[in-house]
Design a protein around this ligand. Structure first.
Ligand code: HEC
Ligand code: HEC
Length: 203
């Protein structure tokens, strides 16, 4: 049986309070310097405006600070793993994790470039049915914009969505809570790919 969203969110919220507590009072001066540090250290992979063009690399534009800090924390502690990103996160202090997350949250969503070919209507319909069946909008919102520690997935890249959904499903990406592992329980791989196809193209 699936755990409730409320249970997952309460656990995550409680454990992250210590990180979030001072985020609200971040210095305005530090924002400027984290913008510069983002441009120098992160933009090469994640894009200057937060829309990455590098394969396997997520769009950060429009992402929530609470979600971003959770993920930086997981990378730093070795609970989420990627050679490049783990190396970056291991250099971060708690203040850096807050500063970068606050900066990421200031990057407005960037629309996906127009697709080379028009979306396959049957696959889009199938993706929509799957998203309803597995209640993705219950946590991610009707427009998939997320909130708090729930990721924004609207306008995310298909290759990254496909990879990360498969990793949740296989257990390679455990997540901060069991929310995603539970949500994807029993979905066949080809349906995960259809979900990635649909979410990346949804208007
Ligand atoms: C060498 C390329 C590279 C650099 C430099 C880099 N990242 Fe990443 N980042 C990645 C990749 C690749 C992932 C996805 C890893 C995975 O899931 O396998 C990622 C994931 C993330 C995530 C999680 C996003 C999500 O949707 O879950 C955040 C937040 C993030 N990076 C922030 C940063 C910040 C802040 C910096 C600069 C201090 C930075 N990254 C520098 C490649 C990079
Ligand atoms: C019970 C709430 C819940 C449900 C239902 C849910 N999600 Fe999530 N989702 C989350 C949370 C919380 C995260 C952050 C992951 C973590 O714990 O590290 C997340 C993360 C993700 C990510 C990773 C985003 C990134 O930038 O790396 C994707 C993709 C995603 N969800 C897609 C889906 C899809 C598709 C569905 C429906 C099949 C779904 N989610 C259903 C709560 C939920």
């Amino acid at each position: 049986m699936r755990r409730t969203a409320r249970h997952a969110i309460t656990a995550a919220t409680a454990a992250l309070l210590w990180l979030a507590a001072s985020a609200a009072s971040a210095q305005p001066a530090a924002q400027g310097s984290y913008a510069q540090r983002y441009a120098a250290l992160c933009a090469a992979c994640h894009g200057a405006n937060g829309r990455s063009e590098m394969p396997g690399t997520p769009v950060l534009a429009g992402q929530h600070s609470f979600y971003a800090i959770t993920q930086l924390f997981l990378f730093r502690e070795g609970r989420r793993s990627n050679e490049a990103m783990s190396a970056v996160a291991k250099t971060m202090s708690d203040q850096d994790m807050r500063g970068f997350s606050e900066f990421i949250a200031t990057l407005p969503p960037v629309p996906a470039p127009p697709p080379a070919t028009p979306p396959d209507a049957a696959r889009m319909t199938r993706g929509q049915v799957l998203a309803q069946q597995y209640k993705c909008a219950m946590c991610h919102g009707a427009d998939f914009s997320g909130g708090q520690q729930v990721a924004r997935i609207a306008q995310q890249k298909e290759d990254y969505l496909q990879m990360t959904l498969r990793e949740f499903r296989s257990g390679k990406r455990p997540g901060y809570t069991m929310a995603m592992v539970d949500a994807l329980n029993g979905i066949p791989p080809e349906d995960l790919d259809t979900l990635a196809y649909y979410i990346a193209r949804m208007k």
